[in-house]
Design a protein around this ligand. Structure first.
Ligand SMILES: NC(=O)c1ccc[n+]([C@@H]2O[C@H](COP(=O)([O-])OP(=O)(O)OC[C@H]3O[C@@H](n4cnc5c(N)ncnc54)[C@H](OP(=O)(O)O)[C@@H]3O)[C@@H](O)[C@H]2O)c1
Length: 197
């Protein structure tokens, strides 16, 4: 039922391309399973999949699957989404911008933790969409592609940080009456592409 709805929506979105109303269409929070259904059954494929991705939640198989199928990955919550409403922030959750390894890498490459986290995504070939309400940080974030460089040793350290920690767990998409539960939303149970944790 869930995929049927998603595929119906995709079909309608694809028709906007056929009508010349849109040039580029994509999806968000799609698993390999959902992407696979779209790729198998539809002529027009998503150009982008916007998903949560950062060193704590690297989604390596999903990223690889997207790459193999020519789908650009856009990382959201690259810096750990620190300004989520308090109701969505469990007490004591790990703070990505304050992670000791991120700080160590930042000191080693002469960058800020935010710069390191953004460049980690960019250097993997993904797009990043950092959010800031602060003009100085907006400027710094825009300059990251030119100002931050991560060498192999830095990338290796960051790549070893995966703890499969979602900041956006999707509980607000699984409210009473939704076709989803937090357990089924991400298609992780029984997904052959799901990485070993
Ligand atoms: N498709 C989806 O389901 C989905 C889900 C979640 C988010 N998103 C989108 O993804 C985008 C970003 O994700 P996000 O807002 O979750 O999290 P994020 O970009 O990881 O974090 C935003 C937080 O980082 C701070 N920040 C920004 N630049 C910084 C810097 N250089 N140094 C230190 N702190 C910095 C911001 O504070 P200041 O404002 O004070 O700088 C803000 O508190 C948003 O546009 C959001 O709409 C999409």
């Amino acid at each position: 039922m869930i995929l049927f709805d998603a595929e119906r929506t995709w079909k309608a979105m694809a028709s906007t391309v056929d009508m010349g109303l849109a040039h580029h269409i994509g999806v968000s929070n799609f698993s390999t399973h959902k992407l696979g259904r779209i790729l198998a059954n539809h002529r027009i494929k998503p150009e982008v999949n916007q998903v949560e991705c950062h060193p704590y939640l690297q989604q390596k198989h999903l990223v690889q699957f997207c790459r193999m199928n020519g789908i650009l990955v856009t990382n959201y919550s690259s810096m750990g989404s620190g300004d989520r409403p308090a109701a969505f922030k469990p007490k004591g959750e790990p703070v990505l911008l304050e992670d000791a390894m991120v700080k160590e890498v930042a000191a080693a490459v002469g960058a800020t933790p935010a710069g390191v986290l953004l460049k980690w995504g960019i250097q993997q070939g993904s797009a990043v969409i950092p959010k800031s309400a602060n003009p100085d940080r907006l400027k710094q974030n825009l300059e990251v592609p030119e100002t931050v460089q991560l060498d192999d040793a830095a990338m290796e350290k960051l790549n070893a940080m995966d703890i499969h920690r979602r900041y956006v767990d999707g509980a607000f998409w699984a409210l009473s009456g939704s076709a989803y539960t937090v357990e089924t939303l991400w298609d992780e149970v029984g997904d052959p592409f799901q990485e070993e944790l």
